[in-house]
Design a protein around this ligand. Structure first.
Ligand code: GLC
Length: 477
């Protein structure tokens, strides 16, 4: 069960991300002031609920993940040198020997991990997931188990060490991405399957030996870099199962949240971009779920001539997932020199401004999905305030919250502070249907400002009960 829908004692509520001396209430006020937003009274004065998760995972070291919820994914590797897609070696069938020469050009002289963390913080993100090894097999750390690593390059430094040190210094949780498929290692059985090279000269395919190599690298990553907060497997092409590997990670790194693309089901489900239709059809998520998405439509790496998603697309996607109780991992690709491209950084900063305004409607809230069957909105609740998240482009200037018929004391567009009109009456939600009773929020200022990322805050004297017998059937993942 996801954090936002379960209340629990303060004992397991971790607050590692808020300066200890800043009380949450004053923190909210200062964030609101920082973006020039006119606060509604209930937000600024109400004590937010003490909420954590009753998911068993949230009762041990992994609790941090259920609080953090929004993180930065960084893809970085040799493919960034010429601004390739991270899978160009496979897509263009570049022979291993030729690709490996890119190592001689690896020299990210401008890599400054503090700048990455600064950007993540400006974006409102609370953790970072780093591609320690992508499919190309190049290792961004000082591994003793292959020469194909950042030490044997003109750079000659352990990039992961620099990043891990900065994350620990700043108390910023660090997770590691590790590709199981490996286009460089001679023991990995590259057979030309999906996401695999064809066999290469000098190969000696041996799954057993490859697994020994993989386990040794995982042990290295979980031993030499201090606290690791997560392990993000990718591309288990042979779909090999071996629960002992995640068990080793858990033993070495008890705070690590592990995804489901490795050798067993792990701790959480990964869902990529917005491909999974159930992200839209489910009213809320009751399993631990993290959606990953890149700012670039084409690639996860830093690709030249990238087609960037619009702010509207990304914000609606993030809002939908967070409001339904999921985590969101938004990716940027680093340039070869170690700098996040300005276009990507600007997108993250703009999203961060929006997060600052809407954070109280997405964190430390409960689901109120049962109040309305309108699938264009997602409902969350804090105290007696109902938050209506508009996750689709509004088709009209009104929102109908059928079957809810309770009028609030006040309605506000949180993004601007504007007061909104509303009434309860009989309305056609679809023009071919008979009118039905419901609460309507009307005259939305859709012509005056871009209508994405909107949250309508409805303040109630007494919070409404779900209507019976029309109580909505809430589908959950
Ligand atoms: C897909 C892509 C891979 C990327 C990953 C991130 O698996 O194949 O390149 O790293 O998504 O989720």
């Amino acid at each position: 069960m996801c954090e936002i829908f379960r209340k629990q004692s303060a004992s397991i509520l971790m607050k590692p991300f808020m300066p200890a001396d800043i009380h949450r209430r004053s923190f909210l006020k200062s964030s609101i002031a920082a973006v020039g937003f006119v606060p509604i009274l209930s937000l600024a004065t109400q004590e937010p609920d003490v909420i954590a998760d009753t998911n068993p995972l949230a009762e041990d070291g992994r609790a941090w993940w259920f609080q953090a919820r929004y993180g930065m994914f960084v893809h970085w590797g040799l493919y960034s040198i010429h601004g390739w897609h991270e899978q160009d070696q496979w897509c263009r069938n570049v022979p291993r020997e030729e690709y490996a020469k890119l190592r001689l050009e690896w020299n990210p002289v401008n890599f400054n991990p503090d700048q990455w963390i600064d950007l993540a913080e400006a974006a409102g993100m609370k953790y970072l997931c780093f591609t320690a090894k992508h499919h190309e097999g190049f290792c961004l750390w000082d591994t003793k188990h292959t020469d194909f690593n950042t030490m044997n390059t003109p750079y000659g430094k352990d990039a992961l060490r620099l990043l891990a040190d900065a994350c620990h210094r700043r108390n910023f949780p660090l997770c590691l991405y590790y590709s199981i498929v490996d286009w460089h290692h001679p023991n990995y059985p590259n057979q030309g399957r999906d996401h695999e090279l064809p066999p290469q000269p000098g190969d000696s395919p041996d799954w057993g030996k490859y697994m020994e190599f993989l386990k040794a690298q995982v042990r290295e990553l979980c031993t030499n870099y201090g606290e690791i907060h997560g392990f993000w497997w990718d591309m288990n092409v042979p779909e090999h199962q071996d629960p002992s590997i995640n068990a080793m990670i858990r033993e070495l790194q008890p705070k690590a949240m592990i995804n489901d693309r490795g050798f067993d089901a792990g701790d959480f489900v990964t869902s990529e971009r917005d491909w999974d239709i159930s992200l839209t059809t489910k009213a809320r998520f009751d399993t631990a779920l993290e959606v990953c998405q890149s700012v670039g439509y084409q690639s996860w790496g830093c690709r030249v001539d990238e087609d960037y998603y619009t702010d509207a697309h990304l914000i609606r996607s993030i809002q939908k997932v967070l409001a339904k109780g999921g985590n969101y991992l938004l990716n940027v690709g680093s340039k070869a020199d170690g700098v996040i491209p300005p276009e990507s950084a600007a997108i993250l900063r703009r999203i961060g401004k929006w997060i600052t305004v809407v954070r109280p409607t997405l964190w430390d809230v409960e689901s109120a999905a049962e109040l309305s069957s309108n699938t264009d909105v997602v409902l969350t609740r804090s105290g007696n305030t109902l938050y209506v998240h508009l996750i689709k482009e509004p088709e009209t200037t009104s929102v109908f919250l059928y079957p809810l018929v309770d009028a609030p004391r006040r309605a506000v567009l949180l993004n601007s502070g504007e007061e909104l009109a509303f009434d309860v009456g009989s309305f056609r939600r679809q023009h071919h249907q008979k009118p039905q009773q419901c609460l309507r929020i009307k005259y939305l200022p859709v012509a005056a400002r871009p209508s994405y990322g909107w949250v309508l805050a409805l303040e109630y004297e007494k919070f409404p009960e779900p209507a019976a017998p029309n109580k909505k059937e809430v589908e959950t993942l």
